[in-house]
Design a protein around this ligand. Structure first.
Ligand SMILES: *Cc1c(COP(=O)(O)O)cnc(C)c1O
Length: 458
């Protein structure tokens, strides 16, 4: 018989998690104002809020923690990280930051001015936040296929080159400091960008005279999809693919809480020495000196080891196959979801799941609340709450898709947990016709409201 697929690691340390009763969860939800960010983690049985900073480090990463160099300047940990960034991405210079949004803050302080226009593929929420905070505008140029939940396209994160060229042509180029390409594209469902598209975007940027930034949180998962889906890449290693991807970027921002498999950390990688020097000023102001910038030596060591591990094919295959396992199980139960299944998460199509809820009542958040109530599984809304209000009109922005993201932490849960999650969602699906009322906002913040919003049932 053919041997089945199995994980490429075994477990060395465990953490206890506790199941709760429906009655308890009903009470906790009320106390949390129906915002799952307000729940204590001990009230959650399986936590799929995010794959950010929630991964399990390897024995080798923990070993690296012990030999971190905590020198203020010129630490070996910094030099080790510098060498691996050069090896993987080809960038000579980098600045460490405490997480991804800090990398954005430092880099955008240098590059973004009021009135600027920044095209990209469904900008990540903190990226968009840092653009709009500076009174600049993010323009979404993702391909239309990305907004059809069940349409198959191998690279739904791709930028539409016509849309992009239209933006580049119809605005003065000084107003477009860069194009941002998000790998993989979280906002459109953890969908990858093809090598062909990366190359075309870079060539177009150079034709018009602007820069390309890769928002790189899940660059390794993106490389896995290039290897397994794009003709001509099947025989290349992940590290070879990553190296080629980054020949089409001028600079990168990284949230190391994703594909560097650490709990905290980030960095900016630079191809241009002058830009590195100019950005260093902001790094020193906001983060720390250029050789640690918001991270301790031990954390830089673990991060560096994490980058090497996340660019191993066996690790990526284990990871992405687990996400796929959950998605396939949900499909068997008839649950509507985004296809193809993303790299780090399964995205439920909340509009099809709960057709009776009007969009003004936060469809995806309603579904996330019901899933928690059913089985203590915490997911996250990627819908109207996240889309926030238009900065000019202050009206709600209603996105094309209302999604609930089940983000799978790296190397944390087993496939039995995946079975439990699938059954939880299937039970909500079974009683979907009884869910006819959504939620209303009691209080919200002026920007990135989804983190702190307070809601009540309609
Ligand atoms: C997480 C993430 C960020 C922000 O990083 P933090 O580490 O959470 O600050 C930016 N872009 C993308 C694509 C991300 O996934």
């Amino acid at each position: 018989m053919e041997l089945p697929f199995a994980e490429s690691y075994k477990i060395k340390m465990v953490e206890t998690i506790r199941r709760s009763t429906r009655q308890e969860r009903e009470k906790w939800l009320k106390e949390a104002y129906y915002n799952l960010f307000n729940l204590r983690s001990e009230y959650v049985y399986i936590d799929l809020l995010t794959d950010s900073g929630t991964g399990a480090m390897s024995d080798k990463q923990w070993a690296e923690m012990m030999i971190g160099d905590e020198s203020y300047a010129g630490a070996s940990s910094y030099l080790k990280m510098k060498a691996v960034i050069k090896e993987l991405f080809g960038f000579n210079d980098f600045l460490p930051t405490h997480q991804g949004r800090a990398a954005e803050n430092v880099l955008f302080s240098l590059l973004v001015k009021a009135g600027d226009i920044i095209p990209g593929n469904s900008h990540f929420d903190t990226t968009k936040g840092h653009i709009e905070f500076r009174h600049a505008h993010a323009v979404d140029c993702t391909i239309d296929e990305a907004f059809h939940p069940t349409l198959y396209h191998p690279f739904k994160g791709n930028l539409d080159l016509n849309k992009l060229e239209e933006v580049l042509k119809s605005n003065p180029i000084e107003k477009i400091p860069f194009i941002v390409v998000t790998l993989t594209c979280n906002t459109s469902g953890g969908q990858p960008v093809s090598m062909e598209n990366l190359k075309a975007v870079y060539e177009m940027a150079k034709k018009y005279g602007t820069l390309v930034i890769f928002d790189s949180a899940r660059f390794a998962e993106n490389a896995y999809f290039i290897k397994t889906r794009e003709p001509g890449y099947g025989d290349k290693t992940i590290k070879e693919i990553v190296k080629e991807m980054y020949t089409y970027a001028d600079v990168m921002t990284m949230s190391s809480k994703k594909d560097a498999i650490v709990n905290m950390g980030g960095f900016i990688g630079f191809g241009d020495r002058k830009m590195y020097e100019e950005a260093s000023v902001y790094n020193i102001m906001f983060e720390g000196f250029v050789t640690y910038g918001g991270m301790s030596g031990r954390d830089m060591n673990a991060l560096t080891q994490g980058l090497l591990e996340s660019t191993e094919f066996d690790y990526l295959q284990t990871r992405i196959k687990q996400v796929e396992y959950l998605g396939e199980k949900l499909k068997q139960y008839g649950v509507p979801l985004l296809e193809p299944i993303g790299g780090h998460a399964v995205f439920l199509d909340a509009k099809s799941f709960l057709p009776a809820i009007p969009k003004e009542q936060y469809i995806a958040q309603t579904l996330a609340v019901e899933i928690y109530l059913e089985g203590g599984v915490r997911a996250v809304e990627i819908g109207t709450l996240l889309a926030d209000r238009d900065p000019d009109t202050r009206e709600n922005r209603y996105p094309a898709m209302e999604l609930v993201r089940l983000a799978i932490p790296r190397r944390v849960y087993t496939n039995s947990h995946m079975d439990y999650i699938a059954a939880t969602v299937a039970n909500v699906f079974e009683r979907r016709n009884q869910i006819t009322k959504g939620l209303k906002i009691l209080r919200e913040a002026p920007i990135m409201r989804h983190f702190t919003v307070e809601l009540d049932r309609v």
